[in-house]
Write a protein that binds this ligand. Sequence first.
Ligand SMILES: *Cc1c(COP(=O)(O)O)cnc(C)c1O
Length: 392
Amino acid sequence: MSPSLPWIAAALDELNSAGLLRYRRESRFLADGRYEMDGRPVLDFASNDYLGLAGDPRLVSAAMAALSDGSVGARASPLVCGHGEWQQRLVERLAAFEGEPDAVLFPTGMAANIGTIAAVCGPDDLILCDRLNHASLVDGCRLSKAKMRVYRHEDLTTLERELAKETSSVRRWIVTDTVFSMDGDIAPLREICEIADRFGAELIVDEAHGTGVLGAHGRGACEALGVEGRIAVRIGTLSKAIGTQGGFVAGSLELVQYLWNRARSQVYSTALAPPLCAAATEAINIIEAEPWRRTRLGDVAARFRLRLQESEIETIVTATGPIVPVLLRDPDAAVGIAARLLQRGFLVGAIRPPTVPHGTSRLRIVIHSNHSNDDLARLANAVREEIQSLPG
Ligand SMILES: *Cc1c(COP(=O)(O)O)cnc(C)c1O
């Protein structure tokens, strides 16, 4: 057995006494979209399976086809011999879906963010980063060794001021989530693009929660806001609305070739597994063929949000899509209410620091296109009752 490290036990104690210790839970998702906890089915309002595709029989069949072909693992990194027909088919499907000439795959969305930013930005550059950006964007910025300035969430005045102040950098970048994963709001991309134009900066955006959910064709927030042509680098994940796993960048032939050569999380990691590639390709077919999924998602999310507001439950007012944060502020309250909702048959996320700033602990309720109106009404009632029964 490996020796114990006393400082690790102390660090765990400290987390525990601050109410911030996290535990692994064993999850079991059923084929019909429900989730099972201790043998009891509960409704999933926590996962990012926005369009209900992760268990769709068509994705399962597509993955099986790759498996029957004898392809469980990809066997090697893409540049060695890991990029085969399944990966290539997905790349072509993604490029066509995104309206770009080419695309490159990564093992995860996190790897896509880290590898892409570190490859594209360098030590002589300046990066402006929204304070609420996903951890993987922040890690990519750090790894690039660029000079990094963090601006208050969506604070365009500070963004402008920082760009005006700093003129010596070779290249200037603005890095932002398009849909913020914990607040559910959309970055003001049009205004950010205008500022970028004025100061000669380029944008790198993360469409993790936009792909499949927003835009007339489901390409994300950039499509919805009409700024696709102005974004230098658009990064996506296959693990949210697309229902599988992996990350990608769709873009010009040059950008993709550059990332094939220079994005270390792609060069030095085994290619995406064929069953995942096959399932993701099928998911994009479905996203294109069944636009009703994202239309219904938008409608039911808006109705659910309205229901909470009518009950005077504190949500984040700028949130618009399927992510519905209910602010409780105290981490113990968030964990307690999530546990009681689970007993009542609803799985919701309890989000605490360091994922969100101190004093903003919350429930993160995620709406899916296959939730019924009745499910949503019952959850809204349960949330109201639990909040009303909080002491004080
Ligand atoms: C989930 C998420 C990622 C990471 O994607 P994975 O495919 O899960 O690694 C990146 N950015 C944002 C904003 C996310 O929410």
